[in-house]
Design a protein around this ligand. Structure first.
Ligand code: CMC
Length: 375
């Protein structure tokens, strides 16, 4: 049997995330994602994904304290981040920083507890790594805002160097909850695949970040942001899209392996969030542009099963939050790490080495020709 792109292949049983395509719903551990997005926080959702249930207020406080205690990475990681050329892509610096977190730690323990502690360390340190690199490349000193009350607040504050407003923090928190997990996507599969060799959590998450980078996956949220800039105005949408399609190009922020019969359910929350932020800023340009793109591209491509995906509106929301375009992608990673850790831990509980096979279509029986006799 041959499944190009592993489409439709079930590689594990899971209790982490369920996507109900028929009813356009997503569940984390049985909870409706839209309800979580409205009421919950990134830390609460990470706890839910990792430990399988919502925390009590004491458990949540303890969890947040553990994260707080390891937000600032060890000195050698700071030095590696500081030594990256300013022209480096932030996602590459993040991948390198996460990989470097493993250095110096005794990695012999491979039990679930040890991997969860590593998951906490990685998750906690990612905002600082991204923010520190961004500040250094723009000639500013990194900050470690210890007073930040949440992961979302810490991240925005560390990037900007000043305290964000509660509404901005809430908006980012919603994005972090929405982006945190999405079943067996390419980066989750990569993490699980690496972890199935019994490699540690640092190795699994480093590989997952590498997977997320690609423009067919997380990189689409950077391309979508560049597209918004390039299109520039709603009047240009039609001609821009037609031109791209005539050149055989894909429109970033559209299409999904799973959502072929309608848009991604997460868009219900994201469209509203984008509108709210636009109203707050009195600047509807970006949200209206995304809405027009959604309308026009859907009218052209829905018969092929192409609808907008989260990255289109994520690009709008991050713009309203003032994040530089190339931080869109590491911000996705700052959130999705929650899902990667959950999948690694779940898979480790009944681990089987992932080792697919392939069908050979090349020649056989060729005779070796010495190099001086080759044409
Ligand atoms: N714009 C124009 N045409 C498209 C697009 C698009 N964004 N996506 C797919 N198509 C076409 C594709 O060219 C193909 O056409 P044809 O049948 O004529 O050859 C048809 O739709 C089916 O495409 P596919 O490649 O078989 O679909 P897939 O399920 O393998 O691809 C995808 C899914 C996400 C890779 C693809 O839709 C894509 O490249 N989208 C643009 C990048 C993007 O937004 N990625 C983010 C994905 S969602 C979030 C995440 O995972 O991070």
């Amino acid at each position: 049997m041959y499944f190009p792109g592993l489409e439709g292949v079930v590689i594990k049983e899971t209790k982490i995330c369920h996507i109900d395509l028929e009813n356009s719903k997503i569940y984390y551990r049985g909870y409706d994602l839209e309800e979580l997005a409205l009421n919950s926080s990134f830390e609460e959702v990470a706890y839910l994904l990792w430990f399988g249930r919502l925390p009590s207020s004491r458990e949540l406080e303890e969890f947040k304290n553990r994260l707080r205690s390891v937000r600032k990475p060890p000195r050698h990681v700071e030095e590696i981040v500081a030594s990256a050329p300013p022209s480096a892509e932030p996602i590459d610096v993040l991948r390198t920083g996460v990989s470097a977190l493993a250095l110096g730690e005794d990695l012999s323990a491979r039990d679930i507890e040890a991997e969860l502690r590593r998951g906490e360390r990685i998750t906690a340190a990612m905002p600082y790594i991204v923010a520190a690199f961004h500040r250094l490349r723009t000639g500013q000193r990194p900050v470690d805002p210890a007073e930040a009350a949440s992961h979302a607040e810490y991240y925005l504050w560390a990037v900007r160097g000043e305290r964000p407003t509660p509404r901005e923090v809430r908006a980012l928190d919603v994005m972090l909850v929405i982006y945190a997990e999405h079943s067996m996507n390419n980066s989750a599969f990569t993490a699980v695949s690496v972890a199935s060799t019994l490699a540690d959590m640092y190795a699994a998450v480093t590989a997952a970040i590498a997977s997320l980078k690609g423009p067919l996956h997380g990189g689409a949220n950077v391309d979508a942001a560049k597209m918004l800039e390039e299109v520039g105005s709603v009047q240009r949408v039609q001609s821009w899209v037609d031109e791209q399609l005539a050149k055989g190009r894909r429109i970033p922020g559209f299409g999904h392996r799973l959502y072929k019969k309608g848009p991604d359910p997460r868009l219900r929350v994201l469209r509203l969030l984008a509108r709210d932020l636009a109203a707050e800023r009195g600047d509807f340009r970006w949200v209206e542009l995304a809405e027009k793109l959604e309308e026009y591209v859907t009218s052209k491509l829905s018969q092929k099963g192409i609808y907008p995906n989260t990255d289109l509106y994520a690009a709008v929301i991050f713009r309203y939050l003032g994040l530089p375009v190339d931080l869109n992608l590491p911000t996705f990673a700052v959130s999705r790490v929650a899902g990667w850790v959950a999948h690694v831990v779940e898979y480790r509980q009944s681990n089987r080495l992932i080792r697919p096979t392939e069908r050979y279509t090349g020649p056989l029986g060729l005779r070796y020709v010495p190099i001086d006799q080759r044409g």
